[in-house]
Design a protein around this ligand. Structure first.
Ligand code: PGA
Length: 252
């Protein structure tokens, strides 16, 4: 089963308008169009500017979050139809920073994942354990709970088209990366869970990205693992040179 590699840059709450435009321009200019999918996730307020750069290029973009309702009295939130209106293709949901800093539950994330599909977006569902949970031997239990709640309202066809990002919380922004073996083990566990819940064909179509301190020096060996289908990159996506080097590793 061949799955197209997806290299994505999660810009989080970084950059300003001019540097966001410059970064998008550099990626659009230099990223290879074949063999690898590339996406960036700018802060909402810069999406219009990024759209101006990426609109007619193969580089996709998306939201870092969204609410499940389509519209209404939800101060500070943005909806799936708004992201579609801006030309977004993807939306990151359940990022550990949303779960841990902003208290999002797996059930809320599941509603958002279903809403993303309803509005024509591809959700990137993030799952991952904390260092305490890993030390307690609870990694599988934690990621299975997050995945189970995340896909609870989806059809099997939607599951096949979603993206999952395994991001161990202890590896995010810490410079500490899961070893390729540690990451591959959890990716394989997630795919086995999907095989048991659906079937091998559906499980074989789901793209599972790894995230957590991915950088040019470790990208190739992570991406060489059989069940790692891409990278969700934070810090190293904020500079064109390092992000482009990770894209090149994804192409190899
Ligand atoms: P990092 O972030 O690459 O800076 O560790 C990854 C993420 O949170 O998606």
């Amino acid at each position: 089963m061949s799955r197209r590699t997806l290299i994505a840059g999660n810009w989080k709450m970084n950059l300003d308008r001019m540097s966001a435009i410059a970064l998008a321009e550099a990626i659009a200019r230099e990223a290879p169009a074949e063999d690898v999918d590339v996406a960036v996730f700018p802060p909402f307020v810069y999406m219009e500017a990024v759209r101006g750069v990426l609109e007619r290029t193969p580089i996709a973009y998306g939201g870092q979050n969204m609410y499940f309702a389509s519209s209404g009295a939800y101060t500070g939130e943005i909806s799936g139809p708004m992201l579609i209106d801006m030309g977004a293709r993807y939306v990151i949901l359940g990022h550990s920073e949303r779960r841990h800093i902003f208290g999002e539950s797996s059930q809320l994330v599941g509603k958002k994942v279903a809403a993303a599909f309803e509005h024509g977006l591809v959700p990137v569902l993030c799952v991952g354990e904390t260092i305490e949970q890993r030390r307690d031997g609870a990694t599988q239990q934690v990621v299975f709970e997050q995945l189970g709640a995340g896909v609870a309202e989806l059809s099997s066809d939607q599951v096949a088209r979603m993206v999952i990002a395994y991001e161990p919380v202890w590896a995010i922004g810490t410079g500490e990366t899961a070893t390729p073996e540690q990451a591959q083990e959890v990716h394989a566990d997630l795919r086995t869970w999907l095989t048991d819940r659906y079937n091998a064909d559906i499980a074989g179509r789901v793209r599972i990205q790894y995230g957590g301190s991915v950088k040019p020096s470790n990208a190739a060996e992570l991406l060489a693992q059989p069940d790692i289908d891409g990278a969700l990159v934070g810090g190293a996506s904020l500079e064109a040179e390092s992000f482009l080097a990770i894209i090149a590793a994804g192409k190899a």
